[in-house]
Design a protein around this ligand. Structure first.
Ligand SMILES: Nc1ncnc2c1ncn2[C@@H]1O[C@H](COP(=O)(O)OP(=O)(O)OP(=O)(O)O)[C@@H](O)[C@H]1O
Length: 820
């Protein structure tokens, strides 16, 4: 696509953003909403609309080549991402659930479920590619040097024990003998048949016509059936019920578009390089051409101010301190609004000096009233991103909206804009120098005047606020101050605590949208979240904050996430996907992986120190704790006592406290059996708990299809996917992967052309594995209901029931009286 297309995408996104901001920042603050449903609806609509803007800005940022435009789009993109996270956080707080269903909203806005997908900005990886490549190379070379396999064994392959191995050999041997015997018997039968036919040939001379008719019958039948099958397939393609052969070939225009996108990205880099060079040369030029004049005029102005002050007050003024802005403070141009605010602030200050008693009481009264009002309805939490978005929109309107770009067909940077910006920087730079000079000059002047008067200068000079007054913060001791970050990195890889993440993306986490969420909730049935909901929640809570510094700094901070769910629902896969999407390092602090490493209390401290130091300095980082329940065992099972799984229990929460907004480090715990952990301590560490369910029918349907295709199989009409999805109810993705691997062997793949896959083939391998039993699922749900969010939800539900009960009983009694 062209420059103008992407400019239009950006302009449309700006229009939509502007209209949203007028909703979000009305002239008069919105009144608290009493109706919880209405409030949620408002949030949901905002959320969906912001996601649309997010998608458009992401696309524009990925493809627009103009360096200055890219800067402002980036600012807006980060702001929108942050606002989406804030809205999601607000929904969680108000609905007491991590999952939200918006099928009604997308229907109203005429959108599709795909439009609700959270895009993962491509710049997360693209703009850090050199650093990430270097890091990955370093990791690979260390792994190579210590002789570790880079790619772990594929899941599902496990070593057999002695008995299983003997059984397998016996089975194979018996099968071999059986096959030999069958072949032998077959040969005997064929011999007998041959002899019988030879006898018959001699006996009868079959009527030639009869034989011909017989052959024709079979042949014509075969031909006709083939023709009809082809016609039927053509008809289905014609009706749009099946894909034609062209469908699977990549369209040339799609290929061309992809090439174009790649070339635009290349252009972005070239333009950026030119832009940086241009900035340097403009700064040099400005410094040479305008610097000296600017310096002189500033000095003149300041001298004038000295004299005016002296004339008015009889003394020279104090020079404003550097931290107050230096001489810029004197000549700051203030808008009428600022002046009014200043006057109002002064008046208030004076009023405060007057007796306070009565007013305080008044204030108190007001406050109480205010609190009461707040209690009545639901209000939006304050946002940290709206002001950024407003500024971004302001810049767009002032600079870009009506810009004549007819002469900038190639979308080069605008030199005038650089000059404007750099002039300000230069002014600041020169002002610092001038302030230094003028401060000395003023001191001389004061000295000269005071000498004349015979006084001393001490009275006038203001004592500088020394740093002594500031309280010294207690700094954490750096246990490895003498070591470089590379050597620590090396050590962690050697110890097996820093690993290479698998190459899976979040989009590989297959899952279909839940179309009935709101309908079920309206009828008071809690819907099962779908795998697509899980994907969204992970993108929002883990990927976006880890990928973007601004978002991590300002959006609601999530330091640790717990993924809880039955075996094989893709918890580990999600951890790897988070790392891949953000380029994060993967630290493995699973109890099993820690066993025997860094022994003793000091060793443990050192390990955590090194892990967190490397994780913070080489951010983004994911610290994965597999089998997270083990760390908080209520009682350690005998066979695990040696592992000492509770080693981290005390120290990890302390390290967690050290993660601040901006340190892009995320702890991700995964567990199949959270019930065996002490709930309180577990929830203290993991502020966000995401329950991952087993796949529903729709997800299983797409999963089977995709898994079979991925394994090289072909989905034909003879494979009833719907039936397969239905019978695999209760099985997880892990089971499905195993079954597909077991069936689609190399041998079976070769047979596919003659013998297409059928659903029946999948039944027996499925039957051999245990599904997720109802009890296990219920236990997980029960456990979740006891977590803080689960409790809040249950409480809210019971309150709602109580509210509705009198209405219902009122209705009933009214009906009863009518009957009477
Ligand atoms: N949504 C999905 N789409 C595609 N593949 C999936 C999906 N979920 C899981 N898988 C695949 O299923 C297999 C098992 O997943 P994984 O090991 O991540 O599950 P897990 O929940 O961590 O299991 P466990 O609790 O036993 O450790 C992996 O091969 C993974 O790639």
């Amino acid at each position: 696509m062209s420059h103008s297309t992407y400019n239009k995408i950006w302009a449309d996104a700006q229009m939509e953003l502007k209209s949203l901001l007028t909703h979000e920042l009305p002239a008069e603050p919105l009144r608290p909403e009493k109706d919880r449903v209405m409030f949620f609806q408002r949030l949901a609509v905002l959320y969906v609309r912001y996601i649309q803007i997010f998608r458009h800005l992401e696309e524009a940022y990925d493809q627009i080549v103009h360096p200055q435009k890219r800067r402002i789009i980036r600012q807006l993109l980060d702001g929108v991402m942050g606002r989406v996270l804030e809205l999601k956080h607000e929904m969680v707080e108000k609905e007491f659930s991590e999952y939200h269903y918006m099928d009604d909203v997308i229907q109203d806005l005429k959108l599709t479920p795909e439009d609700l997908e959270i895009p993962i900005p491509r710049y997360f990886i693209r703009e850090n590619r050199t650093v990430l490549q270097e890091r990955s190379q370093m990791l690979s070379s260390i792994l190579k040097s210590i002789g570790v396999e880079e790619q772990p064994k594929p899941v599902g392959v496990r070593s057999l024990n002695f008995e299983e191995a003997i059984k397998m050999i016996q089975v194979s041997e018996r099968a071999r003998q059986g096959r030999l015997r069958a072949r032998f018997m077959k040969e005997i039968r064929q011999d007998e048949e041959r002899q019988r036919r030879a006898k018959d040939r001699n006996k009868e001379s079959t009527a030639l016509d009869e034989a011909a008719v017989c052959i024709q019958k079979v042949w014509r039948g075969f031909l006709q059936r083939k023709k009809i099958k082809e016609e039927r397939e053509d008809e289905l393609i014609f009706l749009g019920m099946n894909f034609g052969p062209d469908h699977f070939q990549l369209n040339p225009s799609i290929l061309a578009a992809q090439e174009n996108q790649a070339s635009r990205q290349k252009k972005q880099d070239d333009y950026e390089e030119d832009f940086q060079k241009s900035i340097m040369s403009i700064i040099e030029k400005l410094r040479d051409m305008e610097g000296p004049d600017l310096k002189e005029s500033m000095k003149e102005q300041i001298r004038q101010w000295f004299i005016e002050c002296h004339d008015a007050t009889g003394t020279f003024p104090d020079y404003p301190e550097e931290e107050d802005g230096g001489s810029a403070l004197i000549f700051a141009e203030k808008t009428p609004q600022q002046l009014l605010e200043e006057v109002a602030a002064k008046e208030e200050e004076e009023a405060n000096k007057k007796p306070k008693g009565k007013e305080e009481k008044k204030d108190k009264g007001k406050k109480d009233k205010g609190e009461e009002e707040e209690e009545v309805g639901l209000k939006m939490m304050p946002s940290a991103f709206l002001s950024d978005l407003e500024t971004g929109c302001g810049t767009y309107q002032a600079v870009w909206q009506n810009r004549d770009e007819s002469k900038n067909f190639n979308q080069w940077h605008e030199v005038e804009l650089i000059k404007e910006e750099k002039r300000k920087d230069l002014e600041y730079e020169i002002r610092l120098q001038v302030d230094e000079l003028m401060r000395q000059e003023l001191a001389h002047w004061k000295l000269a005047v005071d000498k004349d008067k015979g006084g001393n200068t001490k009275g006038n000079t203001k004592k500088k606020k020394g740093p002594k007054n500031e309280k010294k913060k207690k700094k954490e001791k750096d246990l490895t101050a003498d070591r470089s970050i590379e050597s620590l990195f090396h050590e962690l890889v050697e110890q097996g605590l820093l690993k290479q993440s698998k190459a899976v993306r979040l989009e590989d986490y297959i899952g279909e949208y839940n179309y009935l969420g709101t309908t079920l909730r309206q009828t008071d049935i809690e819907p099962m979240p779908s795998l697509s909901d899980v994907r969204q929640v992970i993108a929002l809570n883990a990927v976006l904050p880890l990928g973007c510094q601004v978002v991590h700094e300002k959006a609601p901070l999530v330091k640790a996430i717990l993924l809880a769910g039955p075996a094989g629902v893709g918890k580990k896969m999600l951890v790897h996907a988070i790392c891949q999407e953000t380029g994060a390092n993967l630290f493995d602090l699973s109890p099993l992986n820690l066993a025997g490493k860094y022994p003793g209390k000091n060793g443990l401290q050192m390990m955590l120190h090194v892990v967190f130091k490397v994780a913070k300095q080489l951010h983004p980082s994911v610290i994965w704790i597999g089998d997270a329940e083990k760390m908080f065992y209520k009682k350690v099972p005998k066979e695990e006592k040696e592992l000492d799984p509770r080693r981290l229990k005390k120290d990890l929460p302390k390290m967690l406290k050290s993660i601040k907004g901006g340190d892009r480090v995320l702890i991700v715990g995964t567990t199949q059996d959270p019930g065996s952990a002490d709930l309180k301590s577990l929830c203290k560490v993991y502020s966000k708990i995401i329950l991952i369910p087993r796949p529903d029918y729709a997800s299983r349907y797409v999963m089977w299809r995709e898994l079979i295709k991925k394994a090289g199989g072909e989905v034909t009409d003879s494979l009833d996917l719907s039936c397969l999805a239905k019978i695999s109810d209760g099985y997880t993705q892990g089971h499905m992967v195993q079954v597909v691997r077991a069936i689609l062997t190399e041998h079976r793949l070769q047979q596919l052309a003659k013998r297409p896959l059928t659903a029946a083939e999948f039944v027996s391998p499925l039957a051999k594995t245990d599904p997720i039993f109802h009890d296990e699922e219920e236990a997980l749900k029960h456990w979740y209901a006891k977590t803080p969010l689960g409790k809040k939800r249950a409480k809210a539900a019971s309150e709602k029931d109580e509210e509705e009960a009198p209405v219902k009983s009122g209705k009933k009694s009214a009906e009863n009286t009518k009957k009477k």
